[in-house]
Design a binder for this molecule. Sequence first.
Ligand code: BTN
Length: 329
Amino acid sequence: MEPQQLLAMLAPGQSLSGTVLAAKAGVSRAAVWKQIQILRDRGVPIEASTSMGYQLPWPLQMLDGKAIRASMPPSLAAVLGALEVHWELDSTSSELQRRGSQAADFSILLAETQTAGRGRRGRPWLSPPGLNLYLSCLKRFENGFASLAGLSLAIGVIVLRAMDSLGIAGAGLKWPNDLLATGGTRPVGKLGGILVELNGEYQGPCAAIIGIGLNLRLTEVLREQAGQPTCDLATLVGGDPPDRNQVAARLIGALVEGLQQFESEGFEGFAADFARHDLLRGERIHLAGASGAFDGIGAGVDARGALLVRANDGELHRIDSADVTVRRT
Ligand code: BTN
């Protein structure tokens, strides 16, 4: 018995006894127990009671490539080079990196769980099965790295467009590409993250591997492990989040449309949307980067997507890379 088989049986959210689960899978109760432990160790909150058996606290949908494709407009689905759903990968982005030139343009990989999910700046990205979305997309570009300025900011806008199409509001963007839930205009927790990695020729054909992690359901344990304020779509909608395959379909559809737009318009086509969702604009912020640390007020981004900060001495700084902390006043 594989853990994904057990998770699929529990997915509807009804309670099932160890005996029923074992009979359905054709294995012993001990084998069921072992897989329950494996899923729990990976962060799936399986509840147990002697009278009821095993149960998830909410129903979930297993990722399904066919269902994702079927939920996408055919014109967008036709653009995809690949759409693969894996139970487990080390990292969807690492897998696309390994495929390199073999991967077609607009290849999409999703995983139910990642064993070595990667965040920005070498941080881990916790990736328990069944709860959230972890996907990567490979997009090729012809004109070198310079034409990709602002791409990671544009991806943030694209994720918000997908959420908007699902009727989900209450999120904003923290430069360069954190997706944060907001209480009013104030960030309240990280809803998702974006990791853009570039390969290829500096001034010629190159490829962007765009990794997106989106929180649909976080458990208490996950929130504690994250080590920073977090949020999920369930909290934003105040109940069950939309079907995971539906969210994946909207996200992938928005990526296809958005990346085609980026190819023809560059960051300029996204600048106004980014400005509307920019959570740092007008905020007191602290920056720590290679060239030192300083405080200032967020002043938007420039045409290349660099962060503009009005320092306390009045000087306007242009920042390409830094850790940014929002200082509450
Ligand atoms: C961040 O630090 O905010 C970026 C997180 C990016 C996580 C996603 S999940 C899918 C893809 N695979 C990875 O290993 N990382 C990205």
